[in-house]
Design a protein around this ligand. Structure first.
Ligand code: NDP
Length: 392
């Protein structure tokens, strides 16, 4: 029996809300709130159970507090944008409710991808006896859980971790992003960074690549080294890690467009003067690009996201690969979203499920790998993201 307030009605919000609606015995009352209420209403119209909706500007803490006081949720699932994280955490503290999100806080004017702002809430959440669960999407999220599961069941120590994210889907558009274009482009154009023997090594954006042969017929794809936020918590929490890297596949056409857009300044995040007013180039670009939600019916193919881990068990070296494959068209048939939103929205619901059922408990701010991975792994299997583990 749990009341959940979901904030954000984009691609991920749609999947998270409709997945919560599939579990009425746990999520007895659901409210979906976002800046644009009509988007919430459109999602609620597809829900098999009643879902309340509301307009909220989550940048405005008193407004969010008022909504929480009116609806009285047990927890808030934040699937708006990373810019709202701290304001929603403040509103949760003020009203005494648990907090879950899928992406770390980013200041609007700096693409930094650091947990420091949210980890600074540790004492306040602990003292309030509340849980803040950070990064309950796929990456971060399931990738943290795959690593924690391998550390628990397969290794005494994991020495090398490669998180590899492959989208082998096609949407037929010249250039489009699979989730919020502004967040996606900020992430992809940032410098690469990986963990090597106790320190961070920086690389130029997309300057390192490798080919990886993905399983189940997906085949070899070129993957680029990027920084990704789960590396920061995993190197703290997983014993013995000597190297940790994150890789993502990109098609040549996507990279060509991104390079040109970057060269002409269209991916910039600093405001520029345009005919007497300030505009942020990347926000203008977002207005021109296809809405990721519109890609749902167009996207075919599969994603394959997993963790490749090398380490030791009982003195023996071993390599384990744990991955999920998600089919874009099957995801669309189930909840009306492509696999990128699906692979994020399902773990967002599962993170909320872990707290709502008391399976995961704790006062403070937590990253995913700090809790027992087993019930989360079981829930992935049960709720649409089955996984495979192989020893290589
Ligand atoms: P979308 O842009 O599709 O949706 C964002 C939603 O948040 C929109 O409904 C938007 O409202 C709403 N919103 C924005 N600002 C506010 C505000 N101030 N107050 C209330 N609502 C607001 O994004 P996605 O659904 O693709 O992504 C959602 C989140 O998931 C992002 O934080 C993203 O980084 C994260 N993510 C995480 C992944 C993971 O694996 N961990 C992978 C993919 C995404 P409006 O429509 O009015 O603009």
């Amino acid at each position: 029996m749990s009341r959940i307030l979901i904030i954000g009605a984009g691609g991920v919000g749609r999947v998270a809300a409709l997945k919560c609606a599939q579990l009425p015995e746990v999520f007895t009352d659901i409210m979906l709130a976002s800046r644009t209420k009509s988007k919430c209403d459109a999602i609620a119209a597809d829900s098999p159970v009643p879902m309340q909706t509301a307009a909220v500007d989550a940048d405005n803490v008193p407004e969010t507090v008022a909504l929480i006081k009116q609806f009285k949720p047990d927890l808030v699932l934040n699937v708006a944008l990373p810019y709202q994280d701290l304001n929603i955490m403040d509103a949760c503290l003020e009203t005494g409710v648990h907090y879950v999100d899928t992406a770390n806080y980013e200041p609007l004017d700096e693409a930094k991808f650091e947990y420091k702002w949210q980890w600074a809430y540790q004492d306040r959440f602990r003292e309030a006896g509340l849980t803040a669960l950070l990064g309950s999407g796929f990456d971060p999220g399931v990738t943290n859980i795959f690593t924690a599961y391998a550390a628990k069941h397969h290794f005494d120590e994991i020495h090398v971790l490669d998180i590899i994210d492959c989208n082998a889907g096609e949407h037929g558009q010249a250039f489009a992003t699979n989730f919020n274009p502004e967040i996606n482009i900020r992430e992809v154009t940032a410098k690469g960074r990986y963990w090597e023997r106790g320190e961070w090594v920086e690389t130029d954006p997309l300057s390192w690549s490798m080919s990886y042969d993905f399983p189940e017929g997906i085949g070899p794809k070129k993957c680029y080294l990027m920084y990704h936020e789960e590396l920061e918590s995993l190197v703290n929490n997983i014993k013995g890690l000597k190297r940790a890297r994150f890789w993502m596949t990109f098609g040549d056409s996507y990279l060509k467009h991104l390079e040109v857009l970057g060269n002409v300044g269209m991916t910039g995040i600093a405001p520029v003067d345009f005919q007497g007013q300030k505009i942020v180039p990347i926000q203008f670009l977002k207005a021109l690009l296809p809405d990721p939600g519109s890609l749902g019916p167009l996207t075919k193919g599969r994603t394959c996201i997993g963790c490749l881990m090398k380490g030791i068990k009982d003195g023996r070296e071993k390599t384990v690969y744990i991955y999920n494959i998600c089919d874009h068209e099957e995801a669309y048939a189930e909840v009306g979203s492509q696999a990128i939103s699906y692979t994020t929205g399902v773990p967002a619901m599962i993170g909320a499920l872990m707290l709502a059922t008391g399976t995961w408990k704790g006062a403070g701010v937590f990253n995913m790998e700090q809790f027992d991975p087993d019930p989360f792994m079981a829930a992935l299997d049960a709720h649409g993201l089955p996984w495979t583990e192989v020893e290589l």
